[in-house]
Design a protein around this ligand. Structure first.
Ligand SMILES: Cc1cc2nc3c(=O)[nH]c(=O)nc-3n(C[C@H](O)[C@H](O)[C@H](O)COP(=O)(O)O)c2cc1C
Length: 456
């Protein structure tokens, strides 16, 4: 039974990677092969997820193609050709009514004004369903598209991100919620004192403001964050409302859950102000044997060039050029010390695996957890983690799309609903309401630092 003290249902996001999350998904007969630039495909996915009462759809992003060996890249189309996600979500907003629309956007290669404006617009277009996944860019090749010859250093990235998010929030507050009186008779559209000029001058940005969009319906679109390092976790504890992170075992999940929520409390935030939602890659079968066979089939579709590339990325860009894929990874490539202590990769070294087995293990969900089994098996795992307070929900990463989402919706969702772990109707009108997050007041509301005003 679910924990009786816990009022909330599991939170569920549907993470759409064009053809699916499995690295070889595009070769599977259940995947839409031209998915990256097929709008109707996404419409179908979003409507399926909404019918199942998912909280949100989630899109990752990069502002570059992946770099690497062209042989490998040509066999692995993920992030090579796909829609700009905010444009896509604006299209999806028009064909859905309830589901949240969350996109990744980097603080490394954007300007705060642009991001504030676009997400505020999406929040209005969708009537309060927008979310922003704040990232600092994992893909160094993005630098080359923005006048730089190298990616920002780690510390600078996070410093920039913190200043960036602060500006964006305050730009969203440019107009008070009640600024627009639109009084035809008096000839007044908005109240001048309810418009605020930011006049920000910081280390990385200078922004005068105000934003030329009304305050978003949710106050602020919901802020997501995904990162693994201590600096990343610090930023998450300060600003994130939903944390998306890879978690592989329940004890580490429970420790991460407590750590992040306690850390957030140090910034004056409550436990419920922060939702932890790791990725989960479900491979569903009518029987365990069918699920295992399905997974075996996915793995058999990974071309060895792709496997090497994938594992090299997972291990931080090591060279696997001449490595025998049917033998264990030589010690000189990743030291025994790093195998034990690096949380991002240690799960790959828990058993003695060959290189092929390692890339297969990683490839299923590109670093996130895979659960292979029947609908009941998958629901059991989700329940155990939720009731055990290792998570508040999951970002479901179907291995192939649309088939993997259909299977999850048809088979796993009803089991979760029967167990009263998941809603049968949306509770609220906005993404915030469905996630149980409060609507933030404007920084200019009530007591607080007086804001400089134009003409004042
Ligand atoms: C689960 C997860 C998802 C991420 N998704 C994206 C993404 O879609 N786009 C992106 O540019 N960076 C993404 N990142 C990268 C982070 O923003 C960050 O750059 C990366 O994790 C390295 O920083 P760190 O060492 O602090 O973790 C993701 C990171 C994690 C852990």
């Amino acid at each position: 039974m679910p924990d009786p003290e816990r009022q909330r249902f599991l939170k569920l996001g549907a993470f759409f990677h064009p053809t699916g999350h499995h690295v070889a998904a595009w070769r599977h007969e259940g995947a839409q092969i031209d998915a990256g630039t097929n709008f109707e495909h996404y419409v179908r996915l979003a409507r399926t997820a909404e019918r199942a009462k998912f909280d949100l759809v989630f899109l990752a992003d990069a502002v570059a193609t992946r770099d690497g060996n062209l042989e490998g890249l040509s066999r692995w189309p993920q992030y090579m050709a796909y829609f700009e996600p905010l444009t896509l979500l604006a299209g999806l907003a028009a064909v859905t009514r309830h589901i949240g629309l969350v996109s990744t956007a980097t603080t490394s290669y954007n300007e705060p004004y642009h991001i504030a404006r676009k997400f505020a617009s999406l929040d209005h277009i969708s009537h309060g369903r927008a979310g922003w996944n704040v990232v600092t860019s994992s893909n160094a090749s993005e630098a080359f598209n923005f006048g730089r010859d190298a990616h920002y250093g780690h510390a600078e990235r996070y410093e920039r991100a913190e200043e960036f998010v602060d500006i964006v929030k305050r730009l969203w507050d440019s107009y008070d919620d009640d600024a627009f009186v639109r009084d035809r008779a008096a000839g007044r559209y908005f109240v001048p004192s309810r418009l605020h000029y930011l006049r920000h001058q910081g280390k990385h940005f200078t922004v005068r403001g105000p934003l030329n969009v009304a305050r978003p319906p949710q106050g602020y679109p919901v802020l997501f964050q995904a990162s693994a390092s201590d600096t990343g976790k610090d930023l998450a504890a300060k600003i994130a409302e939903v944390i998306f992170t890879p978690l592989h075992d329940i004890e580490k999940g429970q420790a991460f859950y407590r750590e992040l929520k306690d850390h957030a409390a140090r910034f004056g935030r409550g436990w419920d102000d922060l939702i932890i939602m790791p990725g989960l890659n479900p491979v569903v079968g009518r029987t365990r044997a069918e699920a295992a066979e399905k997974q075996r089939h996915f793995q058999s579709l990974i071309h060895p060039d792709v496997g090497r590339e994938l594992l090299s990325n997972a291990l931080g860009g090591v060279d696997l050029g001449g490595v025998d894929i049917d033998a264990p990874l030589p010690d000189h490539i990743i030291s025994p010390e790093q195998r034990r202590t690096d949380a991002r990769i240690s799960y790959l070294f828990r058993e003695q695996l060959t290189v092929r087995q390692m890339y297969e293990k990683y490839g299923g969900a590109r670093g996130q957890r895979t659960v292979v089994g029947t609908a009941e098996d998958i629901a059991d795992q989700m329940q155990e983690w939720f009731v055990g307070r290792a998570v508040d929900g999951f970002l479901i990463q179907p291995p192939h799309l649309p088939a993997g989402l259909d299977e999850f919706v048809e088979q796993v969702i009803p089991v979760l609903q029967e167990r009263r772990l998941f809603r049968t109707e949306y509770e609220g009108a906005t993404l915030r309401e469905n996630l149980g997050l409060r609507r933030p007041p404007s920084t200019y509301a009530g007591p607080g630092p007086a804001a400089p005003r134009e003409g004042a």
